[in-house]
Ligand binder design. Sequence first.
Ligand SMILES: C[S@@+](CC[C@H](N)C(=O)[O-])C[C@H]1O[C@@H](n2cnc3c(N)ncnc32)[C@H](O)[C@@H]1O
Length: 405
Amino acid sequence: MVEPEHVEDEELLLSGEEAGEEVTDGTRQFFVSKKAAAVLKHEILQRYVKPFAAKVGKWAPGGRVVYLDGYAGPGRYEDGTPGSPALILDSAADVASIRQLDCFFIERRPADFRRLDQLVTEARERGLTAEALKGKVEKHLGYVLEQAKGSPLLAFIDPFGLGLSFEALTTQLFGSREPAGATGRDATEVLLNFNANAVRRIGGLLVSSKEPKGKQATLKAMDAACGGDWWRDEYLDSADNREAVERIANGFAERVGAAVKSHSWTIPVRNREHHQPAYHLVLFSRHTAGLWLFGEAISHAQAQWRREILPPPTDGMLFDDEAMFEQEEKQRERGWVDEIKKNILGLLQEHAAVGVDRYHAEIMGSALGEARQMHIRAAIKELHRESKTSCTGKGDIPSMQITRP
Ligand SMILES: C[S@@+](CC[C@H](N)C(=O)[O-])C[C@H]1O[C@@H](n2cnc3c(N)ncnc32)[C@H](O)[C@@H]1O
């Protein structure tokens, strides 16, 4: 059973109103400058939005794709670094010649909203279609879904603590949308921040003998976010917080996926390699094509994150540090290609032909979420040169069949 964390009662409790979105010094500090976890989050978001818009917008009327940032924040950090709204408005400008990315941003904190509104006004002056909505996401969701009718939708749900309820996510958001169909023109995708700190703090209440005010309301808010109280047993049955967070994040993704008939992909997001995750990012997509695009985005984003967490260069060592990083990256990639080759050879012992899309997870093995299509291609090409497959590795990777020689 998980031991309670050594935290003060005030920290165990989430705010009375919504359990999870209190404004503390910590959360205000959030927008001063960007932490490494946010680097990964933003890299993933930014690297995913453009290919998503390009792909699903191809079949959408007028090439229009809708993006919703439900917990938008002020748009930029105080030091000027772009937050998710500034990043996505730039992405909308980048794809404007081929797609119309209509952006909706919701922020409930007045001071943050004012800055967000200013950013959005400037974007409109640049010719982009964007709207900033003041208040809670729960209040504006229906309006945005109405606006998104007939167009593909990507929603980014990025609260500090607990976000949309399971019910709002599955019934209102996904439930109001047409099934995606073969072209993806009605695609509905959600990239969601599932907060590990909230799991640790709220889970801690289950094993704390104290009964501070608001404890039951906080536990109920977690039930509402998770779609039931199943998470309580997961927490209590876990050996430690690390296991509890993993089990509850995965359990949540599975339950949402089952409720809305969607695939999901869960990525832990940390501030340092040895840290516990600050949160998990979960992509819900009803199309395997979406997952392939996401796989590319997360692989590139993780490389950027590894670069970000490098210790600051020591004087005069800049070149060496950079060279060492590149060397380590090459070794890492070599390891992924070896892992993929080993997995393909194992699969070829059981099957005469291995479809890459169908056996994606098995092919990637421990490189899943790290490596990308170019590493699968490199592995197949090497196996071909070694006469271990008749597949040359040329062409589209997801639809490739790897066959015995
Ligand atoms: C983690 S921050 C968002 C960061 C932003 N997505 C980014 O990446 O730059 C969460 C934001 O959601 C806002 N917020 C909290 N509860 C909300 C709600 N119910 N509806 C809309 N916004 C909310 C908070 O004020 C805060 O600015």
